[in-house]
Write a protein of this length. Structure first.
Length: 216
């Protein structure tokens, strides 16, 4: 599995152009991308990071980490996913960085998603859907999600996001209309972000096979 992640992460370097500020996601597959990016760090102008974890890894490699407010729109964002369907809709947030990931994806002209083959599914929902919530709204949001979807929200205890919020993982979903579900859940007061990347889906998915597969 780690070899598949490495192959996907290194293939994403093909999308990095000279002088870019690169949006960088979070997770084990992205760690391979960061390590590959370090080998060409002299060609880029820095990175915007979606998590404290990735920021630390980028800085350890000597890559400057910039603030999105200062950079403005980005040409490229590279991130992983917990699930990917054939239309390049994603479930993300297993690492609890979904809100910052969603912000950087929205700010980027091209979103390249890197996954190992096990993350490909015909219908999203086997992986529990993460929802970041304001702590005081946890129970309210859980009740509303149950009523709206029939899915079972479970509080990811002992986890606080980089934004100081909590995460509910919604089990038992079969997400046949990701765009509609994303919009519905976003309307619940207390929801900060939903781990469905459907309205802003990946532009390119790289699957880490021995000859990496590119879906676009």
């Amino acid at each position: 599995m780690s070899e598949s992640k490495r192959l996907a992460g290194e293939k994403a370097i093909d999308y990095v152009e000279d002088g870019m500020i690169v949006g960088v996601g979070t997770g084990s597959t992205v760690a391979y991308f960061i390590d590959a990016l370090a080998r060409i760090k002299h060609r880029i102008d820095g990175a915007v990071s979606s998590s404290e974890q990735s920021t630390q890894r980028l800085r350890a490699h000597g890559i400057e980490v910039l603030d999105l407010n200062a950079t403005g729109p980005l040409p490229l964002y590279v991130d992983g996913a917990d699930e990917c369907d054939p239309q390049r809709h994603l479930i993300k947030g297993g690492g609890a960085a979904l809100t910052r990931e969603k912000i950087i994806a929205e700010a980027s002209a091209t979103f390249v998603c890197i996954v190992d083959p096990a993350k490909q599914v015909p219908v999203l929902g086997r992986f529990p859907l993460p929802v970041e919530v304001i702590p005081m709204a946890r129970s309210l949001v859980a009740r509303e999600i149950l009523a709206a979807t029939g899915g079972q929200p479970v509080w990811r205890e002992q986890v606080t996001t980089d934004n100081g919020n909590w995460v509910l993982d919604v089990h038992g979903l079969s997400i046949t209309d990701p765009v509609a579900l994303e919009a519905t859940l976003n309307q619940i007061p207390g929801v900060v972000s939903v781990g469905l990347f459907a309205r802003r889906k990946a532009d390119v998915v790289i699957v880490g096979t021995p000859t990496p597969t590119v879906l676009d």
